[in-house]
Design a protein around this ligand. Structure first.
Ligand code: NAD
Length: 596
């Protein structure tokens, strides 16, 4: 029989603690909520009232239930109030000495059978536990932010946590409607170990002005379907907390440079820019604690959708290539009203591409997303050609041929001879340096990367890749074109992986390394990222969809260009590729897809 928890204590009512109070009180459990001062108690109480009032306003909670929920909470200053609770969850700032002091005190105050839990994200639960005389009753219960919303709880057992305590806490999580994964005591557990390297990397992109905060966040939201971008997430977590987590992970997790906090984070913490809780972090908020972003001096100024800075007029667009990307891009431009010339390597290929575009447009008609007239008009705007000479008078060329540098360079050299002056020459490469392609022409200032995502007609994102030779006019033109296509164009520099792949693939590779180290299972790691961080797919699901060979190739490129030891491809990924386990396309990757 699992232990019955009728009353629990929560220590620290900040970002996490106030949410944890709500989780318990919502599930009929009495809570003693403890803070360091009356003012801090008031802040915690205000957070809870705000959250439950919002739930009532949205019709998710009845008024009577809210009142009952609030009545279950006993607000107190000081740990002495916790003498008769069955379980305490500590959620004070991420400092080992502070947590150890609190646990020593809890050990003295709480009844002997009480379970003492920490919500730490990165500190050693074992080190916290030895500050008490009952380390076998100490456990990690790691909630995710916002606690009332996120389904995941990581239950962290140390080598001395008793099996009964683990079982009791697992049963409690179930009662709270949470999904738990039980793991051992390692820095960052599952989710944060995979998340924080990515967050830190995103901050370094911002710090080095590789891309703007809006573009980094839009890239990850629109390119990967994440619920929020990395910098907005840093603001939600709190920069002080994020700093401590990174710092601890760096020290405990093998001094991986990717966890060494980017200097900007410390500067922001020192300057009081802690994120949402202080009203300002990477973004500015309506007021402290508010989720509403307001414009500030870094907010980009837009005029009618396009940015005001000398874009060239584009009416006629050439698209070179006959693969999946070229086909999708032809459709995108034709639907947006551009006159399109598709150039392939022969009439047969053109016929195939034409068929594919028709099929896709017809699907749009069947689904009611496109009228028959619009379909016919879009098709009428496309001219099919097998010779580059027809691109002599286009305003923009989008190249989407095979991902081989020699082929792309030769093509750009030809375009340079054929096209009129002033044309913008764009490559859709996802991994080659755009500058190499640009230098195959006599007009590198007119060359830019336009990295569309697959399927191009659906994915809303385009990475606009500027080389060190790209002119401001070319870049403005590319941004205006993306806006006219109804896509979000994000501008970045010419580095391996641009924004999305550079941030995504190392995370996937880290997940493989975690699996390889037998820290957890593929299922639990996938759960952790989906239920803890709201990702649409777990890393192993995504790897199997993308293809392990493709993922390995991208990871290798990143490693070779950036020489970051932590980016070295996971040996397990290499072995699976060698064994022909490439993911869904070969029937087997991390999972066996032939049985499903
Ligand atoms: N922020 C997140 O997204 C997140 C997610 C999961 C876990 N965590 C972990 O939760 C813990 C709390 O983080 P947070 O982001 O809520 O921090 P926070 O700074 O928002 O809140 C901490 C609260 O603890 C209070 N406090 C400090 N000393 C205290 C004491 N002696 N007694 C009682 N209360 C005290 C502070 O007044 C403050 O209100 C950390 O261990 C953190 O790693 C954070």
């Amino acid at each position: 029989m699992a232990r019955e928890f009728t009353s629990v204590g929560v220590v620290g009512l900040g970002t996490m603690g106030a949410g944890i109070v709500e989780v318990f009180a919502r599930n009929g459990i009495d809570v003693v909520a403890v803070e360091i001062s009356a003012a801090a108690v008031e802040r915690g109480r205000a957070t809870l009232t705000g959250s439950t009032d919002r739930a009532v306003a949205k019709g998710k909670l009845a008024e009577a239930d809210r009142d009952a929920l609030l009545a279950r909470v006993d607000w107190q200053v000081g740990l002495d109030a916790l003498h008769s609770v069955d379980l305490v969850i500590e959620a004070v700032p991420e400092h080992l000495d502070l947590k150890q002091r609190i646990f020593a005190e809890l050990d003295r105050v709480c009844k002997p059978e009480a379970i003492l839990a920490t919500n730490t994200s990165s500190l050693s639960v074992t080190e916290i536990s030895v500050a008490t005389t009952r380390p076998n009753q100490v456990i990690g219960i790691h909630f995710f932010n916002p606690a009332p919303v996120m389904k995941l709880v990581e239950v962290v057992r140390t080598v001395v946590t008793s099996a009964d305590v683990v079982a009791d806490v697992e049963a409690l999580c179930e009662r709270l409607g949470k999904v738990d994964v039980t793991i051992s005591d390692r820095a960052g557990f599952i989710a944060n170990a995979l998340l924080f390297g990515y967050l830190n990397h995103a901050v370094s992109m911002f710090e080095s002005r590789y891309a703007t905060r809006e573009d980094i966040d839009a890239a990850m939201k629109l390119g990967c379907g994440l619920p929020m971008g990395p910098l907005a997430l840093m603001d939600l977590i709190g920069l002080d907390t994020a700093y401590e987590i990174l710092d601890t992970m760096y020290r405990r997790g093998g001094r991986d440079r990717r966890h060494a906090p980017v200097p900007l984070i410390k500067q922001m913490v020192t300057a009081g820019l802690l994120g949402r809780k202080s009203g300002r972090g990477f973004y500015t908020y309506e007021r402290p604690g508010s989720p509403v972003v307001v414009p500030d001096e870094h907010t980009p100024v837009t005029t009618g959708g396009a940015l005001a800075d000398g874009a060239r007029a584009i009416t006629k667009v050439g698209i070179v290539g006959s693969g999946t990307m070229a086909t999708g891009i032809i459709e995108v431009f034709a639907k947006a009203g551009y006159e399109v010339i598709s150039v392939t390597r022969g009439a047969e290929k053109s016929a195939k591409v034409c068929e594919a575009v028709k099929t896709s447009l017809n699907k749009g008609v069947v689904r009611g997303k496109l009228s028959e007239e619009d379909r016919d008009a879009a098709l009428g705007r496309i001219n099919w050609s097998a010779t580059l000479d027809h691109l002599a008078d286009v305003d923009l060329v989008v190249e989407a041929v095979v991902e081989e540098l020699s082929v792309k360079k030769a093509l750009f050299a030809s375009l340079d001879e054929i096209c009129k002056p002033g044309v913008v020459l764009a490559t859709t490469t996802s991994s080659l340096p755009v500058i190499d392609v640009a230098m195959a022409t006599q007009r590198p200032a007119d060359v830019i990367g336009l990295h569309f995502f697959n399927p191009a007609p659906i994915m809303p994102l385009v990475e606009i890749v500027q080389t060190i030779r790209t002119s401001a006019e070319t870049s403005a033109t590319a941004r205006a074109v993306c806006a006219a296509l109804g896509k979000t164009g994000v501008v970045c520099g010419d580095r391996s992986g641009f924004i999305v792949n550079a941030l995504l693939f190392p995370y996937l590779n880290d997940a493989v390394k975690m699996l390889e180290a037998s820290y957890s299972t593929a299922d639990d790691i996938d759960y952790a990222m989906k239920l803890g961080c709201g990702y649409p797919m777990g890393p192993f699901e995504l790897l199997d969809v993308v293809g392990l060979d493709v993922s390995l190739a991208i990871q290798r490129e990143l490693y070779l260009e950036l020489r970051e030891p932590g980016f070295a491809p996971a040996p397990l990924l290499e072995h699976l590729v060698t064994a022909g386990y490439l993911g869904r396309k070969s029937g087997r990757g991390f999972r066996d897809h032939t049985k499903r």
